[in-house]
Design a protein around this ligand. Structure first.
Ligand SMILES: Cc1cc2nc3c(=O)[nH]c(=O)nc-3n(C[C@H](O)[C@H](O)[C@H](O)COP(=O)(O)O)c2cc1C
Length: 330
């Protein structure tokens, strides 16, 4: 694939959002068992941490996770390019730049959402990354920051960054309020503005616009796909990961021609037990894996007892993968 070129549409149709503390390799493995064509994103890694830290540990993932994108945070084009190159060399399928995170820590480091009003710098980062990797480079951003939240502001940002070679944009349909709101508040207080994203998708037909924010049902997915190239789901994918298997059946199977049926939840638990056995042998703790599984039976009878058993048993010192199989008795 040449620099910046994009995967076929089925690959951008549905993705699970990057989420710190959630979309680590264990949760991504679970998602992959549930939906073979879902596009996955890592948690955000700063370019600085990657280049100067424990690269091998940060970049580790399971081969089954493909297609999987590495999300980077930073504002130094050279450092980002270096980090992106490491990701590409490790086999990641896409580099995603985080221009949407509003946390103080990120703002004071001068990256994340605050970079929306420095589109030229973001464009430089994209250009430099593209010069160093031959996988697609995407940008995840917001519908504005503070009082700079009109259509023209977001459109100007997209125009400048697209000119540097980014064609895939993930738009969280809320603006970020940088002063005064915590990251969690910034995920529900600024109102969702889907029409703004639809308009961007309409007026930038050459770009791939993915809509993110507040999606909780298949009906909503269907609706957004009438206007945009794809949707990205965050919190609801975490609280009800089994829903992803339904989205695979309903949207990804038709797009890819795959004949795939949602596996029974119990089968997924057994597969996770096999995975956990391997991961434990490599030094993981059972709890680090099972904590991401607590939503698997969301909405099913007996879910509370199952969750309690799993949380309590997996937290025991030396808990083994058999805890997962035992949980099936409930
Ligand atoms: C716990 C948590 C951690 C997050 N971490 C990141 C992150 O590392 N990078 C990022 O771009 N967005 C991050 N986000 C934002 C999500 O990617 C997404 O944009 C947001 O949750 C809105 O989508 P949703 O309404 O479907 O959850 C995070 C969200 C949550 C809930």
């Amino acid at each position: 694939m040449s620099a910046g070129s994009l995967p076929p549409p089925a690959e951008t149709l549905l993705s699970v959002a990057p989420m710190m503390g959630r979309t680590d390799r264990h949760f991504r493995y679970l998602l992959r068992l549930l939906a073979p064509d879902l596009r996955l994103y890592t948690e955000m890694l700063t370019a600085h941490a990657l280049v100067h830290g424990d690269t091998v540990r940060y970049l580790a993932y399971n081969e089954s996770e493909h297609p999987v994108a590495l999300q980077l945070g930073g504002n130094d084009p050279g450092l980002l390019a270096q980090a992106a190159r490491m990701g590409a060399d490790h086999g990641y399928d896409e580099i995603n730049l985080n221009i949407g995170c509003p946390s103080d820590r990120v703002s004071t480091g001068d990256f994340g959402a605050c970079l929306m009003d420095r589109p030229q710098l973001v464009a430089e980062c994209v250009a430099e990354i593209r010069a160093h990797v031959d996988i697609p480079v995407s940008v995840k951003t917001r519908c504005g920051i503070d009082d700079q939240d009109n259509y023209e502001f977001v459109a100007a940002f997209l125009t400048e960054v697209a000119a540097a070679g980014c064609q895939l944009f993930i738009l969280h349909a809320r603006k970020a309020i940088l002063a005064g709101l915590s990251p969690a508040e910034n995920r529900h207080i600024p109102p969702l503005r889907y029409p703004l994203v639809y308009r961007l998708a309409r007026e930038f037909p050459k770009l791939r616009i993915i809509l993110n924010g507040g999606i909780r049902s298949s009906r909503e997915v269907r609706e957004h796909l009438l206007y945009t190239e794809g949707v990205m789901i965050g919190r609801q994918a975490y609280s009800d990961p089994y829903w992803m298997s339904k989205l695979q059946e309903g949207f990804l199977n038709p797009a890819t021609g795959r004949e795939w049926e949602a596996p029974a939840r119990a089968l997924v638990v057994e597969q996770m037990a096999d995975y956990a056995q391997q991961a434990l042998a490599e030094g993981a703790r059972l709890h680090h894996i099972t904590r991401h599984m607590l939503g698997l039976y969301a909405g099913q009878p007996g879910v509370r007892a199952w969750r309690r058993f799993l949380s309590e048993s997996a937290a025991q010192k030396d808990a083994g993968a058999s805890v997962l199989l035992e949980s099936l008795r409930l």
